[in-house]
Design a protein around this ligand. Structure first.
Ligand code: A2P
Length: 275
């Protein structure tokens, strides 16, 4: 007699699409929901996948003949065995509306090439490195702040993270809290990293857009540090398109020049991609 195994209805209805060519199919290892707008997840890392800390990669789901891919900054450092991402949930977003439903064991697609401008090699050495982020724009800095190369080039790291409310700041707070205990870079980071978190829509002790807090000097007062200067500092910027423009204008007005891999200089900018 032929044995027929029971198949759950939802599994039977799930269409299996072929994995597109030149794409890695990786397994979700863990998922963490921070708020109804933000979540992070970790996936297995293909052995052949190489990237520089701070770069992004195109991500998709195997849920269509031609899956939708979106650029995602890799939030884990280049030495990590897994890949970590920090994502917004857009209710009608072509990718994130589905991506937010992933659970461990699911498959995530990864294009093979990573790229990006938020890399340490695009900056010349200096005393302090400012990483200025809003929302999920903190992701590339989560990678860079766990990379030993960052500490070879800069004495101090100041990470700023601005979100609408307090709960959205959790990812950054945990990132910094966990640095000291990290067996690879814990010792290296000791006393050299400062997190400056602010909110704009919920009342907290530190409020305001980072642009305003730089312009009115509150950032420097709160941290007891000297103002931004191209003689001592380098700046990396990641957030929404308007935030990028405003922070870029602000640092250019202070004499900073934009750098690239071919011409390293004082600051670099990368858009936090969503969709
Ligand atoms: P605000 O609440 O005043 O808009 P979002 O979640 O919409 O991506 O925003 C993340 C954070 O970035 C919010 O705190 C938001 O402040 C802030 N922000 C938005 N636009 C700018 C800008 N042009 N310059 C600086 N910060 C900004």
């Amino acid at each position: 007699m032929q044995h027929v195994s029971a198949v759950r209805k939802e599994d039977a209805e799930r269409v299996v699409y072929p994995i597109p060519a030149n794409v890695h199919a990786e397994t979700v290892v863990s998922v963490r929901h921070y708020t109804d707008r933000l979540f992070s997840f970790r996936v297995t890392r293909p052995q052949s996948f190489r990237f520089r800390s701070g770069e992004f990669v195109m991500i998709g789901l195997p849920n269509a003949e031609k899956p939708v891919f979106r650029a995602y900054s890799i939030a884990s450092p280049a030495w990590d065995e897994e890949l970590e991402f920090f994502s917004i949930k857009v209710p009608d977003g072509p990718l994130t509306s589905e991506l937010q439903k992933i659970v461990p064991g699911d498959t995530v697609l990864l294009r093979q090439k990573s790229t990006g401008t938020l890399v340490i090699d695009a900056l010349t050495p200096a005393k302090r490195l400012f990483m200025i982020s809003t929302g999920t724009g903190i992701a590339p800095f989560a990678s860079l702040i766990r990379d030993p190369d960052t500490y070879d080039k800069f004495e101090e790291i100041i990470l700023t993270h601005t979100c609408r409310d307090h709960a959205e700041l959790s990812y950054g707070v945990e990132l910094i809290d966990n640095l000291a205990a990290d067996p690879l870079i814990g010792e290296l980071t000791e006393g050299r990293v400062t997190l400056y978190s602010t909110t704009t829509r919920e009342i907290t002790p530190r409020m305001g857009r980072i642009t305003r807090l730089i312009e009115n000097g509150r950032l420097y007062e709160d941290l007891g540090i000297a103002p931004l200067s191209p003689t001592t500092d380098r700046v990396m910027i990641c957030g929404s398109i308007h935030m990028l423009k405003d922070v870029k204008d602000l640092v250019e007005a202070r004499g900073f020049r934009e750098g690239s891999l071919s011409h390293p200089a004082d600051f670099v900018v990368e858009r936090a991609f969503v969709g």
